[in-house]
Write a protein that binds this ligand. Structure first.
Ligand SMILES: Cn1cc(C(=O)NCCN2CCCC2)ccc1=O
Length: 115
């Protein structure tokens, strides 16, 4: 029921890092395709092809509701955004390029913050 002070402080650190990381992703110039869920009515094929849709607003909702029990589960959802993007979009399309750019940025920032 109650964490020790040490593990409580450690948990606060990772929550803070997740909040910083997500705010940086949301503010990135190439974030526009990922800010809200893909509209499955207006994007043909998306519903059939992408089994687990994910976007930054959904991650924000889950973080706000304390749904990430570990740093790993947060990182998995962010990577799901980029993996879905690679699956559905050509590498050199506008959205495909945005996905690659955002993944490079995320990989760099979370290692700087947490490694
Ligand atoms: C990640 N992703 C996004 C889309 C998309 O069309 N997003 C809408 C982008 N618009 C910009 C201003 C309003 C909304 C399609 C395929 C895909 O994989």
């Amino acid at each position: 029921k109650h964490d020790s002070p040490v593990s409580c402080a450690k948990k606060a650190k990772t929550v803070k890092a997740q909040q910083i990381l997500l705010a940086e992703l949301e503010a990135h110039p190439a974030a526009w395709p990922f800010l809200s869920p893909v509209n499955q009515k207006s994007v043909p094929g998306y519903r059939k092809v992408i089994k687990k849709p994910m976007d930054f607003s959904t991650i924000r909702e889950k973080l706000t509701n304390n749904q990430y029990l570990s740093l790993e589960s947060f990182i998995m959802d962010v990577n799901l955004v980029f993996d879905n993007c690679e699956k559905f979009n050509e590498d050199h399309s506008e959205i495909g390029q945005a996905g690659h750019s955002m993944r490079r940025y995320f990989d760099k920032r979370w290692t700087e913050l947490l490694k």
